[in-house]
Design a protein around this ligand. Sequence first.
Ligand code: AMP
Ligand code: GLY
Length: 787
Amino acid sequence: MSLNLLVVGNGGREHALVWKLAQSPSVEHIYVAPGNGGTDSLPNVTNVAIGSSAADFEKLAAFAQEKKIDLVVPGPEQPLVDGISTVFKKIGIPVFGPSAKAAMMEGSKALSKDFMAKHNIPTAAFKNFTDFEAAKAYVQSVSHNVVIKASGIAAGKGVLIPTTKEEAIDALKQVMIVKEFGSAGDEVVVEEFLEGDEISILTLSDGYSYYNLPAAQDHKRIGNGDTGLNTGGMGTYAPAPVATPSLLQQIDDSIIKPSIDGMRRDGFPFVGVLFTGIIITATGPKVLEYNVRFGDPETQSVLPLLTDDTDLAQVFLAAAEGRLDSVEIKTKPNTFATTVVIAAGGYPEEYKKGDEITIDSDIQALVFHAGTKKENGVVYTNGGRVIAATATAGSLEDAVKKAYEGVEKIHFNNKYNRTDIAHRAFRDAAKTEGLTYATAGVSVDNGNLLVENIKAMVKSTKRPGADSDIGGFGGIFDLSAAGYKTDETLLVAATDGVGTKLRIAQILNIHDTVGIDLVAMNVNDLVVQGAEPLLFVDYFAIGKLDINIAANFVKGVADGCKLAGCALVGGETSEMPGMYEPGHYDTNGTAVGAVNRNKVLPLVDQMAVGDVLLGLKSDGVHSNGFSLVRKIIETYGFSYTDVAPWKPESTIGKELLVPTRIYVKQLLRPIQKDLILGLAHITGGGLLENIPRALPKNLSAKVDLKSFEVPEIFKWFGETANVPVHDMLKTFNLGIGMVVILKKENVAEVTKLLEEAGETVYEIGELVARGDDIGTIIENSESLYAN
Ligand code: AMP
Ligand code: GLY
């Protein structure tokens, strides 16, 4: 017999299905609609550019007739809920998948809950509600913790797990009144919170007979130790040792058999694969949910456990034809499988697509593509969960080890994977061996290695007064060695961070420039007080310590310190699993400087009407306004890797990451010559709010927006999102990073000194008597946008 198959879907699950089906001696050809960058790598498999939504059903049917398809295997739930089975049944092509009615077991949580109650299938205590007040009263009346679920399909996001009654009522409001999940929240299920290990049972069924595949355990959270946001699944292993033979028997008797029988008796026999999510509670196994399709990535772990002579195409066809008991299904004895999903850094939040993927040719593990696409033979990332490595072995330990060896051989920019897949299976062993700091997610060894890596960089910032050796408990600075008379000297301290510009660095995997921003934000604040920055310390906190990222970050800090002439005398790197998502980090820095007590700026008493304002050109957005920038990128569907519309030879992300300009050494000369009255560092608050910080109450700055060139980057962001001019003025530097206030007679000399030091200087305005303005008057502000 030679079968032509049509597999519908494009995930890792579908790749695994195709991989196993393609081994079947009875399969002639497999078409995958639409497939991904890996599904068509086998000789008898072809991708077909047809989608899987209801709108594509007609095309799929026409294609199936043209290619004389013998069996259709839908992968995801949506086409099943949308009735794909009926479409093919009508034209006489068997489908391994449930009817739309049976698919409602996943499509409606409320319906599946009623079904379980009717058939005495153990599940969490629950009640369905369409009325907010009634739901609220119920939540207040029960003694257990609750989970709130939107009844319709909400792309895996419709589950809220509150920890207090107040949070629970808030969650109800979000789902039922605010409609966070849209119409999926018209009806909600308020469910008892179940505690225990979660396992997935995949059951092949023809509606009468059925076969349970080995129990798998998924890892839904993004972070090690099951922390962070929920994902589609970051890795699986099977068979899960918690599912002992006696527990499996109990699950079959109390859950699987009544489910398969109940659906048939209720008039919707289940054909296909029923995925039952089960929590093993102290009072026995209870159903969390049904899915009406294979799990992803459960499938990638479970199918490699089938024996080589199990003909999956024949099994699916038999189930579709109501004769599952006519075929043999066997699993490999004493074999374990582990799948590790590799995601794009940033997933499940924002992440990048389009990075090239390479795989070493000596890879031993099975590779299942998910979010990938192939163009001219090159494979690129094309989704959040990108690809997975699966290995089988005689012990779970070995399977895990081999899967991770596979992960090491798959490369793309900013890849991310959990490093603890199957940790729950090893938990009991860990308990007897004792927990270590490393098991808890903090590596002291890594920390020490980092210190070794950055020592030389830090050392390169040494200057008179500080030798910049790290590893001690604190950094010492000798003021007199730096030429300061201690009785005349004041110390000035400033502390600041970089803000959400860091997210862009993380998304683009460029970490060696934000350290410059960190230094700049601090030392520019010192110089406006007339002070020379002398020393710097930084703090770097990261969810999972990656030495490369941390060392690159410190390199930026060292570069910034050299630009500013201050010594990096210490810092702190903090690994904080559970506090920050893996791949996320935050930073803060502190600069200390010195100034002669007679030379502190600003000299407000000497300022007068007619004094001049010079503007020093900025290098770009610097470190302010990034929450607005990110919102614009997100709202208007841009990506940081897109070509920068205002600078086609660069990308949006690279232009945004240009580091904040450091103005220190350039300004110290005119400051020391007493040529400057005051300075304003243009940070958060923009030109509008920063200049008045350096002025006396009776004077205002009058700035002419036409006196300097507003760089295109600002105009593009402003015009793209229709940002009002006033908001632009108080959010961005608009091309001026530092403002100098000085007497008219000193303008020529100061301009010359600054230009010699490499600055671009504009005369942007003057001081005027303050009226009822806020201290800044912007002229020609309408000139910001052309129209
Ligand atoms: P679901 O979308 O139903 O798969 O739920 C997402 C995740 O929320 C599950 O993997 C569970 O970890 C958790 N969850 C859902 N319902 C419950 C419940 N009743 N008790 C405990 N955890 C739950
Ligand atoms: N891995 C969980 C799912 O497929 O729903």
